[in-house]
Design a binder for this molecule. Structure first.
Ligand SMILES: Nc1ncnc2c1ncn2[C@@H]1O[C@H](COP(=O)(O)OP(=O)(O)OP(=O)(O)O)[C@@H](O)[C@H]1O
Ligand SMILES: [Mg+2]
Length: 243
């Protein structure tokens, strides 16, 4: 069953059309990858889907409800949660308290929220860091914390915006494995990522954005061999490696 649908969404910033007439859909449990050059409009599309920007045109449907124009917290309450490309922990709060903020999305009970937050931190391999200040974490730690915060909100679907940017290969592999496990629990994902290895190992399907428009969509192996995609984004070399 379809979980998320964006219908012809458009976002303009003054004279710039950052996203133009974009439609996409994600099924329950599916991982959709979104790729495209810098400035293509990926984060803007993300922001429209998650309620941070109002589309100028078009609608967003999630879990059968029209969520266009809802605030981010309302969207999150319905089960659609997102990370930020530039990670935003509360630096003066402990790792546990950062995740607690997310857990209160589903419960007002302090003990229940604490238990949920601890379970998630254990799952992310951060069980021994609960009392550390978030501001002191490494880049990899912050990226994990960002995923923990999102998971704590109890989502049906997660939007990840470059969750693996800036990580070393081994750290990337660890997050790929975690994302796979999250997916196996039935959570759908929309994955914006420049690291092609991540996209190729996780995505069931890919959409390619260029100048705010969708230029290709389909199975990963087919999309990376698409001439328009190679010209706009991948270049011959990457396409050969990925294929
Ligand atoms: N708040 C904003 N105000 C004005 N212009 C914006 C704003 N946000 C994005 N843009 C512009 O919209 C276009 C799309 O930007 P966006 O951040 O969506 O690209 P992206 O695909 O996420 O790029 P990257 O891969 O570098 O993260 C760019 O030209 C960008 O400069
Ligand atoms: Mg972006």
């Amino acid at each position: 069953m379809t979980l998320l649908e964006a219908h012809n969404i458009t976002k303009r910033f003054g004279g710039l059309v950052a996203v133009n007439d974009l439609s996409l859909s994600v099924s329950e449990g599916e991982i959709l990858g979104m790729i495209g050059p810098n400035g293509a409009g990926k984060t803007t599309a993300f922001n429209m889907i998650s309620g941070y920007y109002q589309p100028n045109e078009g609608r967003v449907i999630f879990d059968g409800k029209d969520i266009t124009g809802l605030r981010p917290d309302q969207v999150c309450k319905l089960g659609l949660a997102r990370t930020f490309q530039v990670v935003k922990p509360f630096p003066q709060l402990s790792v546990l308290d950062n995740v607690l903020v997310g857990a209160y999305n589903r419960t007002n009970d302090k003990q229940e929220a604490q238990q949920k937050a601890r379970e998630i931190l254990d799952f992310l391999g951060m069980g021994n860091m609960t009392e550390q200040l978030a501001g002191g974490l490494s880049v990899a730690g912050r990226k994990r914390l960002e995923i923990a915060k999102v998971l704590a909100t109890g989502p049906k679907m997660i939007l990840l915006d470059e969750a693996m940017a800036g990580l070393r290969p081994i750290e990337t592999d660890e997050i790929i494995e975690l994302v796979r496990q999250i997916s196996q629990q039935g959570v759908a994902l929309l994955l914006v990522e420049h690291v092609m290895k991540v996209i190729m190992s996780l995505a069931d399907r890919i959409v390619v954005i260029h100048h705010g428009e969708k230029i290709a969509e389909g199975e990963p192996q087919a999309v990376v061999q698409d001439k328009a995609v190679i010209d706009a984004y991948l270049g011959e070399e990457v396409a050969n490696v990925a294929g």
